[in-house]
Design a protein around this ligand. Structure first.
Ligand code: ADP
Length: 728
């Protein structure tokens, strides 16, 4: 890993810290807003009832957080209370001591609010006993047109009997016969009320709380239309259903795409954690009311599991076997949290009554704070160590912290569940997007590598095909060369044998002559021997020159040359030779242009001479040979700046199908005539020299009419006419 990446990785840690803290802060604020139910400024009727006459079924729910009467340490029937009320009116005394204007707070009956006033016939009432009982009462005055409404009590601690208009409509929990003990129960009540003809409804709630001063109504109740409570309940269930469907979709999607993840174990681990979170919501008493204390027990169990599972989840993120410190830390944290969670679970499952102690909430809080702080610490440590998986870690922290801390806030109210579920859906979407992005990224990477691989294979295939082709070509060339070698050997031996045989023939003639040969005969024989040996010498020198030209060592001696001058010298030579015969050699060249090229003078002389000699050789007695030198300005030819020499004759010509072969070694056209001396090597030497000069040579011919040989060179850049610059 290079330094830059390390620096980048380290820099991102504080950024993630800020994100997580902000997210937790935002969520806490949302919790507070949702769970804070504002009460209205109520007015009271003359009879002391809470005036709800303006409330209609379309109004929003009204929170009943004020105006309650509370009878501490007493379980009273509505009848008893009414009697007490009556005696207050008639005799100005109360039968049962109670507080008026009591506020419903989270602390239950230990905190009756600042406005509570005591009405007591005996002075001060006894303080709340550690085992508490008490009676709440409120009278609501609805408008005449209200037939039904729903009373929602999100949380009454443990056991309760609810009376409406003198009738006991609901019992929660079971009181012992001496009324000293109650079977604990989770009370989340929705009670349909039907106001009397006068629109009044009296609600009396007897509460009992097991061995704790923290009891009574602990979450503010509200009055809502039956319809709106139903709507909220269904939307809460709908949200939970969406959550479950999403979870299943992620599970199925994850199952298919997790093959590409680095750690698919982590994915399933997290899915299980998420499932616990959903179950936590499903076991909210407002959604599922299990009998007795089961709801609360299951919920707290899930919470402990979430805690424990988050520790296991973060443990799974440690790079395994990379360090002894990690192994020790993992062992420590798993043992510690296993022990802690087991203690909690054993306590609650063996002694469910502990659940209802106020201290149990504190104990749960301690567990959550320890676990969450540890997990946050762990995640930052992991972020510090690894550049990958930031999103996964951060999201996991937010979700688990969010769920773990929800224990602080009572959520048994449908709106809260809806919001909780909504936030979870939101997290699930982000989480899902993370995995999809991860998948897409992996997929893109794969396709990129795939493409690269395909390209590489393509390139290699092309390369191999080319190598193959080259090999084939080389093979063909080798075969051709072998063929050429054989042909050349046979040609050489044939071309050498012919003059040798002739020479030997003449020598034998001379040696074996029975009579002395005449002087003319002798001269004739010796001339023939001379011609044949010259022919042999020519052949051997041609062979030597060709071999030399083909070897790499034969370097050209390049210098600026005037083609016009060279060709003109040859013209002078050969036209002089033709003097006295019918043959003519003609020369054409531009007056004012030397036709400069860069080349090897010796070798080029061979080229021009060979072509001119051929023209002379393959024409009849009265042949005309024209030598034309000129500039060749066609851009298609050697870039447009060229010099051409054309040697034209009106001789025997070359058969059309043989023209392409005249530059091959030992090739002699059919019509070249057996009497004409020649090895068939001249033009192949010429071609080699031209190739070495990067020039062009080709023949055009018509049998019986004559031939044209074209020789083209790149013109020299050097200009003799230019004045050399003065050098100081
Ligand atoms: P050679 O020694 O036979 O002349 P070259 O290599 O010089 O060998 O020429 C190859 C063949 O090309 C000749 O044998 C001849 O058939 C043909 N050839 C070359 N120049 C001419 C020409 N000016 N007119 C007709 N045929 C020619």
């Amino acid at each position: 890993m290079n330094r830059n990446t390390t620096a980048k990785k380290r820099l991102s840690v504080p950024a993630y810290l800020v994100i997580v803290i902000l997210a937790i802060a935002v969520l806490s604020v949302i919790f507070l807003i949702v769970n804070y139910r504002r009460g209205s400024d109520y007015s009271y009727t003359l009879e002391g009832a809470l005036n709800l006459s303006t409330w209609t079924e379309n109004s929003s729910p009204i929170v009943l957080d004020k105006g309650w009467q509370f009878y501490p340490n007493q379980i009273l029937t509505p009848e008893q209370i009414q009697r007490s009320e009556l005696s207050l009116l008639t005799e100005n005394t109360v039968l049962y001591p109670h507080y008026e204007n009591v506020e419903i707070t989270r602390d239950g009956w230990v905190n009756l609010g600042t406005d509570a006033t005591l009405h007591s016939p005996i002075g001060n009432v006894a303080p709340m006993e550690s085992f508490g009982i008490g009676t709440y009462r409120i009278v609501l005055q609805f408008g005449k047109n209200i037939d039904y409404a729903t009373l929602n009590f999100p949380d009454i601690a443990q056991a309760a009997t609810i009376w409406t208009n003198g009738k006991a409509v609901r019992h929660y929990g079971i009181a012992s016969s001496d009324r000293k003990e109650y079977e604990p129960s989770e009370v989340c009540a929705d009670i349909q009320i039907q106001p009397s003809d006068s629109g009044q409804i009296e609600i009396v709630i007897n509460c009992a709380n097991y061995s704790s001063p923290y009891g009574g109504i602990v979450c503010r109740p509200c009055v809502a239309s039956t319809k709106s409570i139903e709507t909220i309940r269904y939307s809460a269930r709908l949200y939970l259903s969406i959550l479950i469907v999403l979870w299943l979709a992620f599970l199925v999607g994850g199952f298919y795409i997790s093959q590409t993840f680095n750690g698919k174990g982590k994915f399933y681990f997290f899915m299980l954690l998420f499932l616990f979170e959903i179950l936590y919501e499903i076991f909210d008493p407002a959604v599922t009311l299990l009998p007795g204390s089961w709801n609360y027990l299951i919920r707290v169990t899930i919470l402990i599991f979430i805690n424990y599972w988050s520790v296991l989840f973060y443990s799974s993120l440690y790079p395994k076997g990379s360090s002894k410190l990690f192994d020790k830390l993992r062992f420590f944290e798993i043992s510690f949290f296993s022990f802690l969670s087991t203690c909690y679970l054993l306590t609650y499952w063996c002694f469910p009554k502990f659940l209802y102690l106020k201290s149990s909430v504190t104990a749960n809080m301690v567990l959550v704070i320890i676990t969450s702080s540890y997990c946050i610490f762990r995640v930052f440590y992991m972020l510090h160590l690894h550049e990958h998986g930031h999103y996964l870690y951060t999201l996991s922290v937010i979700i688990t912290t969010f769920m773990n801390f929800s224990v602080f806030v009572r959520t048994q109210y449908y709106i809260a569940i809806t919001l909780h579920a909504f936030i979870l859906i939101f997290f699930a979407m982000i989480f899902g997007s993370y995995f999809i992005m991860d998948y897409v990224k992996t997929f893109e990477k794969l396709s990129f590598h795939n493409k690269n691989l395909e390209n590489a294979v393509d390139e290699k295939t092309k390369y191999i095909a080319k190598v193959n082709q080259d090999l084939l070509r080389n093979h063909e060339k080798l075969l051709e060369n072998e063929e050429a070698r054989k042909k050349m050997l046979s040609n050489v031996s044939h071309d050498l044998r012919t003059p040798i045989t002739a020479i030997r023939g003449y020598v034998e003639l001379m040696l074996n002559a029975k009579e002395p040969l005449s002087r003319e005969q002798e001269v004739q024989y010796l001339k023939n021997i001379h011609t044949r040996s010259t022919q042999m010498e020519q052949l051997i020198s041609d062979l030597v020159q060709l071999t030399r030209l083909e070897s790499e060592n034969d370097k050209l001696d390049i210098m600026p040359l005037s083609v016009k001058e060279m060709v003109h010298d040859l013209y002078s030579l050969y036209s002089a030779e033709c003097e006295g015969t019918d043959k003519q050699v003609l020369f054409e060249a531009p007056q004012d242009d030397d036709l400069l090229i860069d080349g090897d003078a010796k070798k080029l002389l061979r080229v021009f001479e060979n072509i001119i000699v051929n023209a002379m050789k393959y024409t009849k007695e009265d042949g005309i040979i024209r030598i034309i030198c000129h500039r060749y300005d066609d851009p298609a030819m050697l870039g447009g700046n060229a010099v051409e020499v054309i040697v034209k004759d009106n001789g025997v010509g070359i058969p059309e199908n043989e023209v392409p072969y005249v530059f091959d070694r030992f090739y002699r056209a059919e019509n070249s005539g057996i009497n004409k001396t020649g090895s068939g090597l001249g033009l192949s030497i010429v071609k080699s020299i031209m190739d070495k000069h990067h020039g062009k040579i080709w023949a055009e011919s018509e049998e019986g009419k004559g031939s044209e040989f074209h020789i083209v060179f790149r013109a020299s850049e050097f200009n003799f006419d230019e004045e050399p610059e003065d050098e100081e």
